[in-house]
Design a protein around this ligand. Structure first.
Ligand code: NAD
Ligand code: MG
Length: 392
């Protein structure tokens, strides 16, 4: 009999978290769930903790801890709360942690998980964008294997040979183009939250859905690939592939392209990471290869989607600019979701923050956190001022 894999899931109530839970429940003899966490959806967290037979449930909003305790009163599940609760839970040793919190809120738990998990399956891309070098360095030092869950990076991970980097000509990240793939800038200027959230191929959380509409998601993924695969930025390219069947590819020196294909279902890359280095059956959708009549690939339009160019620009500038881009985007997307700003204003906020913040060397976790907070303040004040700069 195989030994059980002990797994913690941070952000279990989200889109990635629930897909992870589906997979674990579909092959329950294989896993032993340790920690599950959520920000505020306490009822859902308790329900999932019970069905997954978790040891610990953590609610990040500390004021909801009494409610969590009440919901778990007849169960042998420890309830914890607040940021410290998240960090304490992340310090419990496990075989694999699924990092599925959204945004920079996941950074601190991620760093603690790296110290205490044999592997981290990382969906939470924002900490990689803002602190990729520090995250990868910490993982190397701790002997923790980083397993990419983001479908593009998971695809590359499956067809990539890090021992033979000299043979790699380029990494090609595929992008569906999102709901506004064929929209003019004029039409995008009046796009509603509902339209931005209506992704044609993937069902995802609110923030990443908006990021996909602006193509900021692909920009974040360029930076994510830069750190995860330790490859030069000019070897990372993006191609529009509306069918979302080929999840990304690597071109080798001899002209071979290796791509990974599958249904547009995150359960496939999550299953790959959960079972790695083995494979597991999944309860996810399967690709019907006979139903594919055509696969299209074409160059992206950086004029309509300036986020793509910004990714290369911030990588050129340095890690401070990557932090600024990510922080400004998080604040702007939240404001867009709350209908405080328009869709194209997201990029306006990002560009304002990039112009306003100071170029600075950032070489510690504390420095990343401070710089991220400063950029968030600039973005929030700019939004508060009706997108008018005090200076100009
Ligand atoms: P989501 O919004 O559906 O879920 C986010 C989870 O994080 C929830 O459980 C929520 O309770 C928790 N959370 C939110 N804020 C928190 C905070 N401040 N402290 C602690 N926990 C908090 O998001 P998602 O779509 O599942 O995405 C999660 C991450 O995975 C993101 O970084 C996203 O970019 C990445 N990702 C998602 C997909 C996808 O298909 N959804 C694909 C690739 C990558
Ligand atoms: Mg992706």
């Amino acid at each position: 009999m195989k030994s059980l894999k002990k797994v913690s899931i941070f952000g279990v109530t989200g889109s990635i978290g629930q897909s992870t839970a589906d997979l674990i429940l579909s092959d329950f003899e294989r896993f032993d769930v340790c920690v599950v966490s959520a920000a505020r959806s306490v009822d859902k967290l308790a329900e999932m903790a019970i069905s997954l037979k978790a040891e610990i449930a953590v609610i990040a909003d500390h004021s909801l801890l009494p409610r969590l305790e009440e919901l778990l009163v007849n169960h042998d599940i420890k309830a914890m709360g607040g940021e410290q609760g998240l960090l304490d839970a992340a310090s419990v040793p496990v075989d694999i942690t699924v990092a599925a919190i959204v945004g920079m809120a996941g950074l601190k738990p991620l760093m603690v998980s790296i110290e205490n998990s044999k592997a981290v399956a990382i969906a939470n891309k924002e900490p990689l964008v803002s602190a990729g070098a520090l995250v990868l360095k910490a993982a190397k030092e701790a002997g923790c294997k980083i397993l990419p869950v983001d479908s593009e990076h998971n695809a590359i991970f499956q067809v990539f040979d890090p021992e033979n980097m000299q043979h790699i000509k380029q990494i090609v990240l595929t992008a569906s183009g999102g709901p506004f793939r064929e929209w003019s800038r004029e039409k995008m200027s009046v796009a509603t939250v509902e339209q931005a959230m209506a992704h044609p191929n993937w069902s995802m959380g609110a923030k990443i859905s908006v990021d996909s509409a602006s193509m900021m998601n692909k920009a974040l993924e360029i930076i994510e690939a830069y750190y995860l695969f330790e490859i030069e930025a000019d070897k990372i390219n993006v191609i529009i592939h509306p069918q979302s069947v080929a999840h990304s590819m690597v071109e080798y020196a001899d002209g071979s392209y290796l791509a990974q294909m599958g249904a547009s279902d995150m359960r496939t890359p999550i299953a790959y990471a959960l079972a790695w280095p083995d494979r597991m059956q999944t309860c996810g959708e399967r690709l019907d290869i006979t139903a594919l009549s055509k696969l299209e690939f074409h160059a992206p339009d950086c004029e309509r989607f300036p986020a793509l160019s910004r990714a290369y620009e911030v990588l050129e500038k340095g890690s401070w600019a990557c932090i600024a881009l990510n922080a400004a985007n998080e604040v702007a997307v939240e404001a867009f979701l709350k209908k405080k700003i328009g869709f194209l204003d997201i990029m306006k906020v990002i560009d304002f923050v990039l112009e306003s913040c100071d170029a600075k060397e950032i070489d510690s976790l504390e420095a990343v956190i401070l710089y991220d907070e400063a950029c968030r303040d600039i973005a929030s004040n700019y939004i508060q001022a009706g997108l008018k700069s005090k200076v100009g």
